[in-house]
Unconditional design. Sequence first.
Length: 342
Amino acid sequence: MKVLMIPDIKHPYMLKLGEELNREGIEVSYIKSFHYSTPMNIIKTIYLRLRGYDIIHIHWMFVFPFIFMMKFYVKFAHLLGYKVVWSIHDILPHDQHTEKSKKKAVWFYNNVDYKFIHYRSNVKVLKETLGVEEKDLKVIYHPSLEESYPNEVSKEEARKELGIPMDSKVSLCFGHMRGYKGVDIFLDAMKLLGDDHHGLIVGKPQDKELYRRIESESSGMSNVTVVPRMVDASEVQTYLNACDVLVAPYRHITTSGVTLLAYSFSRPVISTSLGCIPEVIKNGRTGLIVEENTPESIAAAIRKIFTMDHEKMGKDAYALSKKFSWKGLCKKTIEGYKEVLG
């Protein structure tokens, strides 16, 4: 069994899955997104088929800039004798919940040979969003990200580096600054909290208008620190260890990698009741789920979690994340490969 994965990006999920598949004797190669190297991708797809590759595993639809290119490649792969597999990390691309995107996703869903999706709760979301039937679909749980990032910095060291007092109640909003993540909701929530609370907003701005608002409104707030850049993998530990709780006020979500990232650092999570969240967060035990995604409800949840034993919640979150292993994911993935190959 040999697998071609798309796209060739330095993503912890794809790299770790590739490593685990290699350990099981499965050869894995990668090609780039079709935005950048369509001719070379076509050539490499043919070459690898001649070398015995039999599965193409696509992780995100954004690898195809246009629907006609997506249709061409799937049909071309089938013509060569490949089976095409899709990991549905996101049912629709972030910030592209349009009818055009839905049409693209429906075609892709119905024309690939097999699908993986994270969490059982997302099957219902998938059906409601795309109006498709559950077919050739396997549920696999997103594994812990503990092994992907170093964790050698203490809370004291992290806060000293960031200039945050030890007695502050620190909430972190982490990841690319995009509208769907509710970064603006988090900022508005921080306005409702006292000076004993400190908010960290860390991530590369992807929405210029959103970032202008964050930059403008946070400049006059002493209890908010904004780090508007992609942080290096070695720096992730500083921000996760400096905070007490991670806050993810999603407007929509399929799979939340940042929740499992927080769990791997023994941090509880506050998030909205969307997508995978009800299945990932054990409400009151590994974090808090808010039903109404408003600054007021997020602020209330932040206040509430600091009246609870949030450190124990973080330990419970870490213990829960350990149940989702890379070996388990790899086993389920191989089972899916075998099913699609018959």
